[in-house]
Each structure stands twice: as C-alpha cells, then as structure tokens.
Design a protein around this ligand. Structure first.
Ligand code: COA
Length: 221
C-alpha cells in the first residue's frame, strides 16, 4: 500500500472508504491507547492532520492529501486511524511520529496506510502501529486482514510477515508513479486461538522492547 490518489491505496476517492454497511465504531468503543514508556498509540484527531500531512511526503511517493484524513475523520465511516506520538519530556508537547489506518468492513480489517517518520524508524513503532490496528480489528470482529504493498518494499513486507501476512496475489502496475506491482498480503483466522496466542506473544515482546506495559495487550479483550 498505498498508491496515492487517484489510485486505490485504496485511493482517497474510491468508494471503499465510505462503504455503506461497514462497521463504524465510535472512538470511545475502541481499544485503550497502547502505552509505552516514551511513545503511545491513540486514535487520530483532526488536530493531528497537519502533522500527518507533513509526514506523508517523507514516506510515500504519492502522498494522500490532508483533506482525505479530515473527511474520513469526520464522516463516521469504516475508516479508522491511529497515530503514534512521542511523549513530551518536561514542557515539550507530544509529537506525532507515525500513523496507520484501516478499514473495518464486515469481518475484514484492511490496512490502508502505515508510516513512521524517517527519524523514528527501526524502533519498533511501525510494529506498534500495525499490531495496534490488528488488535483493534480483532476487537471489532475482524477475522482476516489484507493489504497491498509495493513489490520493492521489503521492510514493510518483513513487518507484515512477522504478523503472518502471506502473499496471496499480485496487482499489476498498481502504483501510478512508477507502474510498480503491488503484492496483496493477507492473514486469515485472526479469530483462531492459535493466531491470538501468537499475536499475544509478539505483543508482549514488543511491549518489553518498547519498555511498556503488556498487561493491556490481551488480544481477546
Ligand atoms: C514500513 C515502516 C512503517 C516500518 O516502520 P519501522 O518503525 O521502521 O519498523 P519497526 O522498527 O517497527 O520494525 C518492525 C519490523 O519491520 C521489519 N523491518 C523494519 N525495517 C526493516 C528494514 N529496514 N529491513 C527489513 N525489515 C525491516 C522487521 O521485520 C521488523 O521486525 P524486527 O524488529 O523484529 O526485525 C517504515 O519503514 C515506513 O514508514 N516506511 C515508509 C512507508 C511505507 O512503506 N509504509 C508501508 C506501505 S505498504
């Protein structure tokens, strides 16, 4: 994922983002923010959009416009967004350093975007965002998760493989900037006891790595 508009990332303009009958959930029903010592994940707010829009072009050749986020955040549709923020020390305000998005449609959690500011990569924050989205998806009834990723994007593919996404297809010339193919990656059986147990092990290890508290990490909660 994701090509920028007008292509599907699925694209900001595509119908998928506003599919009727999707399972929109109010923010208060969503999982509690994942606390870690210096970073935390929480639902994206409108106030975050300018910063997210600044990070986009640092991460994607075809960035999404800020308006896409504003529209999705106010539409109450199937789109959900999280941000990862670095907690401020002393008087410093928290700083958004990454974000992720997913669509919860029926029993599928489609990861629509994920990015970490280049200065904050390699710290486990991309994993924190992905795991948080899967966790929310599972809590919302998702039984599978799917995404598209550039064939050349091996860091992202490794991240997804860690959470058992496997290549299930290929979309030819999916990305308009360079006509690169997308791999479709998917993980099934999110609701199985074995996946939940594996997820829980990964979550606990991640919390330890980030110096956080894994108690909130029961994937069944
Ligand atoms: C993909 C991305 C979100 C990863 O974020 P990150 O915070 O650097 O990743 P993490 O530190 O959490 O790493 C988690 C896992 O990702 C994989 N990974 C991350 N960087 C990697 C790299 N440079 N090479 C290979 N694997 C990598 C590893 O499996 C890693 O697990 P490990 O720590 O056990 O080795 C980040 O590189 C990014 O924002 N890229 C630009 C946007 C993008 O490509 N988004 C995905 C679109 S499909």
């Amino acid at each position: 994922m994701p090509p920028a508009e007008p292509q599907p990332r699925p694209s900001p303009g595509s119908g998928m983002r506003t599919v009727a009958g999707g399972q929109a959930r109010p923010a208060e029903d969503r999982q509690a923010a994942a606390p870690v010592s210096r970073f935390r994940v929480r639902p994206m707010q409108l106030e975050d959009v300018d910063r997210v829009g600044d990070i986009e072009p640092l991460c994607f050749p075809l960035p999404w416009p800020k308006e896409t986020y504003r529209r999705d955040l106010t539409s109450g549709g199937v789109s959900h967004y999280l941000v990862c923020e670095r907690l401020g020390e002393r008087a410093e305000p928290p700083l958004v350093v990454g974000f992720g998005g997913y669509w919860l449609i029926q029993d599928e959690c489609h990861i629509s975007t994920i990015a970490v500011h280049p200065d904050y990569r390699g710290l486990g924050l991309g994993e924190l965002l992905l795991a948080s989205m899967i966790r929310e998806g599972m809590a919302g009834g998702a039984r599978s998760s799917t995404l598209e990723v550039r064939v050349s994007n091996t860091p992202a593919q490794s991240l997804y493989a860690k959470y058992e996404f496997r290549v299930v297809g290929r979309r030819r010339r999916y990305y308009r900037d360079n006509n690169e193919d997308a791999l479709v990656m998917s993980v099934e059986s999110l609701d199985s006891a074995s996946y939940r147990a594996r997820f829980q092990r990964l979550w606990t290890a991640l919390m330890l790595r980030l110096g956080g508290d894994s108690r909130g990490g029961d994937a069944r909660s």
